[in-house]
Design a protein around this ligand. Structure first.
Ligand code: NAD
Length: 282
């Protein structure tokens, strides 16, 4: 696309992603010639560690940039020529921009979550936050929460090593904030004391039904945030709303990362609210 933008998404099992529509519709609103393609590893018969080769092929086919998703976000860290410092702190890249001769890696997941938190839960208390789930989405939410000034972050994962990994990765960057890991037998107590709980496991998706913690343990006024966005109204969000807790669904983070990606790729200022409204019609 000469004079225009050709952008893609590399990941596994992504053929039903909403991301192409989110980017293309907003780019059209901005008057840009912009095409967004899905490169599904499964459909292409490629392996996750082919991502470096795929990026090379994309560059020679005149792509401007490539979003990266599961299972390639960590692998790409070692493929790019330059890393945005925040992507380096996170150890994960979800956007590669082809700048002149270089591949530059960014992470817009964390900023998408942070902006969603600010817009969707204004004035939320950041005294004590418990986060359940410490995988890919969880490392972005943890970084966003700490960047937003959370005083104490309690990290829990059924795989304790994952919670420890995030804690160790974050501590050097946020030395004056408490970053703790929660053993299973302390989780209930931590939830009863939390000012907010962030859920970052796949529970609540179609094939992972259920809720990862007992919403009935929450203090009055404690907020609940879910990263799951398919469906937007998870069982967790439904129960939390029913009990009167302020909630943030996973849609804000999904839109926020697309907004921030589009901004970096084009250097233009997308309209976040318009993207949010569009997303909720998809
Ligand atoms: P992941 O596999 O990297 O991490 C999930 C983590 O949850 C794992 O560490 C696992 O051990 C842990 N876990 C699973 N069940 C648990 C439980 N009951 N209690 C505690 N820990 C548990 O997955 P991911 O890529 O982080 O994705 C998680 C969810 O986040 C998915 O539903 C995904 O669609 C969603 N997601 C949303 C956005 C967004 O923009 N809203 C972005 C990325 C991912």
């Amino acid at each position: 696309a000469s004079g225009g933008y050709l952008v893609g998404l590399i990941g596994a099992g992504i053929s039903a992603s909403f991301t192409p529509q989110l980017h293309e519709v907003e780019a059209a609103e901005l008057g840009l010639d912009y095409e967004y393609r899905i490169l599904d590893l499964i459909e292409l018969g490629r392996r996750a560690d082919d991502v470096g080769a795929l990026l090379g092929e994309a560059r020679s086919r005149n792509f401007s940039a490539m979003n990266i998703t599961h299972p390639c976000k960590q692998l790409v860290v070692d493929v790019v020529d330059e890393l945005d410092p925040r992507a380096e702190h996170l150890g994960a890249v979800n956007l590669v921009v082809f700048e002149d001769e270089k591949l530059v890696g960014y992470n817009t997941d964390w900023v998408g979550y942070r902006d969603g938190l600010v817009a969707g839960l204004p004035g939320a208390s950041l005294e004590r936050v418990v986060q359940i789930g410490c995988g890919g989405a969880g490392s972005a939410t943890a970084y966003a929460l700490l960047s937003s000034g959370v005083t104490r972050l309690d990290l829990f994962d059924v795989d304790e090593a994952r919670a420890r990994d995030i804690a160790e990765r974050m501590r050097p960057h946020f030395p004056s904030q408490v970053i703790a890991t929660v053993p299973h037998h302390h989780l209930e107590e931590m939830i009863t004391r939390a000012s907010g709980v962030v859920h970052a496991t796949p529970m609540g998706m179609l094939h992972h039904p259920g809720v990862a913690f007992d919403v009935g343990l929450l203090q009055k006024g404690a907020w609940v945030s879910d990263v799951v966005y398919r469906p937007l109204e998870t069982e967790l969000i439904r129960q939390a709303v029913e009990r009167g807790h302020p909630v943030l669904d996973g849609g804000r983070m999904a839109v926020g990362q697309a907004y921030a990606s589009l901004q970096i790729i084009t250097g233009r200022e997308p309209n976040r609210e318009r993207m949010e409204e569009h997303f909720r019609t998809l």
